[in-house]
Design a protein around this ligand. Structure first.
Ligand SMILES: CC(C)(COP(=O)(O)OP(=O)(O)OC[C@H]1O[C@@H](n2cnc3c(N)ncnc32)[C@H](O)[C@@H]1OP(=O)(O)O)[C@@H](O)C(=O)NCCC(=O)NCCS
Length: 458
């Protein structure tokens, strides 16, 4: 499908979504569509490896999740889907009156279990193929023709004997046929990979679907590894972590605090993937309808993003950043924290702004420096998006602006603030009075707003 057709399909799908959802008014829809369009451009042509746990496939949200995955494919994203089948295999064992055998959270697969694994994995795979072949009725992807392809893309080897335990037919990935997968992706199909691999001697091995997905993502140097499981994301001390850098992941995994098994497995996969060259890993839950789309097409996301290096870029703002800056500052203007600025005013003042740019491609912070006279400047509009606060972003913006001020021979910096006086004091600013402001600024001082005035000599 060419780019134009994909966009058309996307329009149709969104229109269908609105039609299906009479609660969504047109302005909300237009705003959502505008917000998602940068992501649509950014994701097109990229490879996403998506894992679906066996539990996700049994959940009520499975149908809408598969529709959302199909939607990604129709937007020109190359999708590799790797599925698990742990509860399905457990059920087969239960039906056969057999016990599941685990050691160190890895299944020990004897010959009988392997036969049942083939049965469980095969049935799960066929169910996914069947669902994706239905044209996904009652969903925005109704009528879409989705081609699902699979094959012997994974070469496996036995896990062998570990700590005295022979894992028999439990295996690990030895090689991924990345050329074969790429060729199928270029033809426009969804590549579906099951957690069973084959050795060159012709034996089948039971694999961990997370290991398979990670190795596939690394072999393809995928843009994203997306793990959809029971876990909504990573919670540390009860707080959902929106993003974690690799050092933060390894610190958390090696901390003395107990890390739940699932979180441990997901973070290990994300860490290994990002370390191996995957740009980003997303850990999201299937329990929330639309979690996949909100993670990929909205700024707030829904789960946890793991990135190689969480470091925003600080750079001079351009005219293209005005929308992002307005989106950041308008809520603060509405609550009276920042002085109102019109789009027109921002357009003329944009060269005085610095922005902090998130690796995912959106603005998370801004700050401006207005020269007042040859040696005096005013800092203004220092703001960080709420969900990214307390990570040093505003401190780094301030340092960059102070460097800029020095380069312009500005020696006296003022800032007027109603809410953040203490923050500036901690950065070396001292409280002062309107009398110390340069004359032009003094005459404009808004006594009603009653901002605190702070000063720093550079
Ligand atoms: C003030 C603001 C820019 C700080 O952004 P930030 O990126 O979170 O800043 P940093 O990460 O560099 O600093 C965070 C630290 O400052 C503290 N802090 C944040 N706002 C503060 C405030 N108003 N007063 C005192 N301390 C504050 C945080 O608690 C945190 O401290 P901790 O690390 O000890 O927990 C942000 O809170 C904001 O956007 N506020 C609204 C806009 C505003 O008032 N701007 C100033 C007027 S120009």
């Amino acid at each position: 499908m060419n780019g134009l057709n994909q966009t058309f399909v996307f329009y149709l799908n969104l229109l269908a979504t609105v039609a299906y959802n009479p609660m969504m008014d047109i302005p909300t829809y237009v705003s959502l569509f505008r917000q998602s369009s940068p992501y649509i451009h950014a994701h097109r042509g990229k490879t996403f490896v998506i894992t679906l746990s066996g539990e996700a496939l049994l959940d009520d949200h499975c149908a809408s999740l598969l529709a959302d995955i199909a939607l990604l494919q129709s937007l020109g994203i190359h999708v590799v889907l790797v599925h698990g089948a742990r509860p399905q295999l457990d059920q087969c064992l239960l039906d056969a009156d057999l016990d599941a055998d685990f050691a160190d959270d890895r299944r020990v697969t004897d010959a009988v279990t392997m036969a049942l694994a083939k049965q469980a994995v095969g049935a799960t795979r066929l169910n996914i193929e069947a669902r994706l072949s239905m044209g996904l009725p009652n969903s925005p992807m109704h009528g879409a023709k989705i081609r699902v392809v699979g094959g012997n893309f994974i070469v496996a080897k036995p896990l062998g004997v570990l700590n005295g335990i022979d894992y028999l037919y439990s295996g690990e990935v030895r090689r991924v046929d990345s050329c074969g997968i790429q060729a199928q992706l270029q033809l426009g199909g969804i590549v579906l990979i099951s957690p069973i691999g084959f050795s060159p001697t012709g034996e089948a091995f039971n694999l961990s679907y997370l290991d398979v997905a990670t190795e596939v993502a690394v072999a393809l140097t995928a843009e994203k590894l997306i793990c959809i499981s029971t876990a909504r994301g990573i919670f540390i001390e009860g707080t959902l972590q929106r993003s974690l850098s690799l050092p933060a992941v390894s610190e958390y995994l090696s901390s003395p605090n107990h890390v739940p098994d699932l979180e441990q497995a997901l973070l290990t996969a994300a860490f290994r993937g990002c370390h191996g060259g995957v740009a980003r890993a997303h850990l999201i839950g299937y329990g929330e309808d639309g979690a996949l789309l909100s993670e990929l097409f909205s700024r707030q996301g829904s789960g946890t993003l793991v990135i190689q290096d969480y470091s925003e870029t600080i750079r001079a703002a351009t005219i293209d950043d005005i929308g992002g800056i307005l989106e950041l500052i308008q809520p603060l203007e509405n609550q009276g924290t920042l002085v109102k600025r019109s789009r027109e005013r921002l357009e003329t003042e944009i060269s005085q702004f610095l922005v902090a740019f998130h690796p995912e491609g959106f603005i998370i912070g801004c700050a401006a420096l207005y020269p007042l006279d040859a040696s005096t400047g005013e800092l203004a509009c220092v703001a960080t998006r709420t969900e990214f606060q307390a990570r040093g972003t505003a401190s780094r913006l301030l340092l960059a602006l102070e460097d800029q001020a020095r380069a312009m021979s500005i020696r006296n910096l003022f800032v007027l603030t109603t809410q953040a006086a203490h923050w500036f004091q901690e950065k070396g600013f001292l409280e002062t009075t309107p009398d110390d402001l340069p004359n032009d600024k003094k005459s404009l001082y808004n006594y009603q707003r009653n901002s605190r005035i702070l000063f720093k000599a550079l």
